[in-house]
Design a protein around this ligand. Structure first.
Ligand SMILES: Cc1ncc(COP(=O)(O)O)c(C=O)c1O
Length: 386
């Protein structure tokens, strides 16, 4: 009765079952998978959401691509990183996830493929399947630094329509290098692929010197940069994301026309958040700074803990909100995660959740409160080193 777009198995996995059993007994755990910035004890300016109550929001005047005032604010915000964006090239969405779904509707026919990084954001599997398209992986490899295996893209199926780039990537924290970006752009030009660049974590560099950002605005091929309030100012609940379209003017403008039709079909972005966008982007800078400080602090706690546990290898984290630790491969990752949960009351993501090519890796969020994080990573690294 249900479509093939849904995964065949949607029952909870063994980790979720172990977690549910602990929750039923009200056992407290240190959750190192927490990626929701509103749940980690950050202090938000108390009147940050006041602009949502503007009386102008009582009037509904739908604009498919978004209110010009909000698109202008998003364009102006890109100047923080030196990008010159025309508000006419900004498309508002309810989230970055929705931006993906709109771009897949714009670019792909059912059955077409898009290239996705591996390891990367696990939601790509569902975002593609729900649009009736296929995700074809290309590899990221670690040799003291993550690099994109551009050669692995050569085997892309003939019906590939777009290449997805996540920079910095989740969870590897790696940015695309200028050299890899030039190669990728050239491949997109030769193969007529659109370039879709997820830059949701671009505001959080950690160990990166001047990485490429705002890629669509500077691209020589049809390209789209994606981001949103959820990461840039730590407000995922407001549901405002955006696409910035770039590339040769004729193809970019045709894409914007297509996106306008998709957007007009759903009109999913609420008016109050659009009216509030200029102030949210300006005043949210304080939240962004607090998140940045948090992830920096936790990364230094993690580095110190890794220094005390040489059997574990903390991989280089150039940016973003997560860190990857290679751990001794003494048991399957799933068992390791369950043992950690049941014996130490610590929850981490296993590497396989992000499709790492090999075991054993664990991924931790750098967002939790430092007193929770510092103690938990110490215990985590000692436990896996035993
Ligand atoms: C790489 C990446 N892209 C997109 C998203 C989704 O962002 P949004 O909340 O705007 O849908 C996430 C969320 O964690 C992410 O990690």
């Amino acid at each position: 009765m249900l479509s093939d777009r849904l995964p065949p198995h949607i029952e909870p996995n063994a980790v979720s079952r172990a977690l549910a059993a602990l929750a039923a007994r009200r056992v407290e755990i240190a959750d190192l998978t927490e990626s929701n910035p509103t749940r980690v004890g950050l202090v938000y300016p108390p009147d940050l959401l006041a602009p949502l109550a503007e009386a102008a929001g009582l009037r509904y005047d739908p604009c498919p691509l978004g209110l010009l005032s909000a698109r202008t604010a998003v364009a102006a915000d890109q100047r923080r990183r030196g990008a010159d964006v025309d508000p006419a090239h900004v498309v508002l969405t309810a989230s970055t996830s929705e931006a993906y779904s709109w771009l897949f509707k714009l670019l792909c026919n059912p059955g077409d493929a898009v290239l996705v990084p591996q390891p990367s954001y696990p939601l790509f599997e569902h975002l593609t399947a729900l649009e009736g398209i296929r995700a074809h992986p290309y590899a990221l490899e670690y040799h003291g630094l993550w690099s994109i295996d551009v050669a692995s893209m050569a085997g892309a199926p003939p019906n590939t329509r777009a290449l997805l780039l996540v920079t910095p990537n989740n969870p590897t924290g790696s940015y695309v290098t200028p050299a890899a970006l030039a190669e990728i752009t050239d491949l997109c030009r030769r193969r007529s692929w659109a370039l879709v660049v997820d830059e949701v974590f671009a505001d959080y560099p950690l160990e990166a010197a001047d990485p490429p950002t705002d890629i669509a605005a500077r691209a020589g091929v049809l390209a789209f940069s994606l981001a949103g309030l959820s990461k840039s100012v730590g407000l995922p609940q407001l549901k405002l994301g955006w696409i910035i379209a770039g590339g040769p003017p004729a193809v970019r403008d045709a894409a914007l026309q297509g996106l306008e039709l998709v957007a007009d079909t759903f009109l999913s972005v609420g008016t109050p958040v659009q009216l509030a966008a200029p102030r949210l982007l300006a005043e949210g800078a304080a939240v962004r700074a607090a998140i940045h400080e948090r992830v920096r602090r936790n990364l230094s706690l993690l580095r110190a803990a890794a220094g005390r546990n040489p059997a574990c290898d903390l991989l280089r984290t150039e940016g973003g909100w997560s860190a990857v630790i290679r751990v001794p491969s003494t048991r399957r990752e799933e068992q390791l995660v369950i043992d950690l949960l049941e014996q130490e009351r610590i929850l981490v993501h296993p590497g396989y959740f992000f499709d790492f090519a090999r075991e054993a890796y664990v991924v931790v969020s750098l967002l939790p409160a430092p007193h929770v994080f510092g103690d938990a990573v110490d215990r985590l690294l000692r436990f896996v080193s035993r």
